[in-house]
Ligand binder design. Structure first.
Ligand SMILES: [Zn+2]
Ligand SMILES: [Zn+2]
Length: 139
């Protein structure tokens, strides 16, 4: 996520907890997400080694690590990407551009089903072979 995810849609329901592949790093959330979007930027694509990523923001104070603390990588000025030092799973994103929130990846949720994305961001960067049939706004 490089730019503002531009909230504005109802936050939806709390998404609960999540974990990395090996289970060492775990988190829990206690409030509904601030926003939920798919990101197609190159930075997220490379970090997650996936065509795009689906993530959500949680206000500080409404999330906590419940397992091992994740390792950190400064991917660009002001941006920290957090991951499991054991299995390598990307766990979160933090940026000085969003000083009061942590961004988590929907695919790490213990139950990803309730995740409800409201749009696509950085659509201009999307891979030409990614074809999505949803009618969510693209920007
Ligand atoms: Zn991104
Ligand atoms: Zn792990």
């Amino acid at each position: 996520m490089q730019d503002a995810p531009s909230p504005g849609k109802p936050p939806g329901q709390p998404l609960g907890s999540g974990r990395c592949l090996c289970g060492a790093v775990r988190f829990a959330t206690s409030a509904a997400p601030l926003w939920q979007v798919h990101c197609h930027c190159e930075s997220c694509r490379r970090n997650c080694a996936a065509p795009f990523t689906s993530f959500f923001g949680i206000a500080d104070g409404a999330w906590r690590w419940t397992g091992a603390a994740p390792a950190e990588y400064a991917s660009s000025p002001g941006v920290t990407r957090l991951f499991c030092a054991t299995c390598g799973t990307p766990m979160a994103y933090r940026s000085t551009a969003f000083p009061a929130e942590m961004h988590f990846y929907a695919a790490t949720l213990d139950d990803p089903a309730p995740y409800a994305p409201t749009g696509h961001v950085h659509w201009a960067d999307h891979l030409s072979w990614v074809h999505l049939a949803d009618s969510l706004p693209r920007r």
